[in-house]
Ligand binder design. Sequence first.
Ligand code: FPP
Length: 278
Amino acid sequence: MQALLDHLQPGSADWVLAQSLDAGRLPRHIGVIMDGNGRWANSRHLPRVAGHRAGVEPVRSTVETAARLGIRSLTLYAFSVENWKRPRAEVETLWRLLRHYLRRELDHLVDNNIQLRAIGRVEALAPQVRRELDQAVAATERNDGLVLNLAINYGGRTEIVDAVNAALDEARRAGELDDFRVDESVIERHLSTAGQPELDLLIRTSGEMRISNFLLWQIAYAELYVTGTLWPDFHRTEFLEALLAYQKRDRRFGGLRNAAAGNGAEEPCMVEAGLPAR
Ligand code: FPP
């Protein structure tokens, strides 16, 4: 948090917003559906790819702000398993932009202790894209600050299917297939975000009220923040506003607010998900 305040102009709008944040109640893991690039371009009579190009700057600023705030994980939805349905020229522009981003930002990621990870079926990417991605991931793997997950060729359902299959393979190799049962912890351990906090905040730009197959497992109790702002216009101010809105939410995780639960002395009825206390 202090790293962000030190970076901002004292008295500026962003500094005032950052000052109002409670450093102890920041989300641990934020996911972002970066939507609206095409509409941003259309409204300017530009080709759709111009919107994607303009979308790189908010990626940079969101990553930088999250790192300065001390957020633990940030997951950006860069390319879904469904995005292959788009015209070839648009898809190729997205790969070019990813490579451009990696080349331009790698030093910044390394210097700022950011660990880059790729989540999704990256094995399907073109070899040169895959190589640059792998190199960037390797160059930052010792960093222990912000974990930046780029969701690339990612789908939430695909991820859960892959997790179950990985768990089955593991049990088969260990000769434990006969007794194998899936439970929540088995799936969690095999997700691409294993070891990272559950999603606390999901931000979606462009006003669409959809999840779009993003982090289906991880968003179970995430707070949703949908803004009409199109992704290329999503600047630091709006990111800070999303964090403030998050801090005003009353997160109950299926239980009651402290006040509604009385003096807090009552024993919870349930001790474990789905199991009443006896
Ligand atoms: C959705 O907007 C956006 C995408 C499918 C791509 C996101 C890519 C970027 C933000 C640029 C580069 C990213 C990185 C990580 C360097 P849309 O095209 O569906 O917009 P529309 O709904 O207005 O058509």
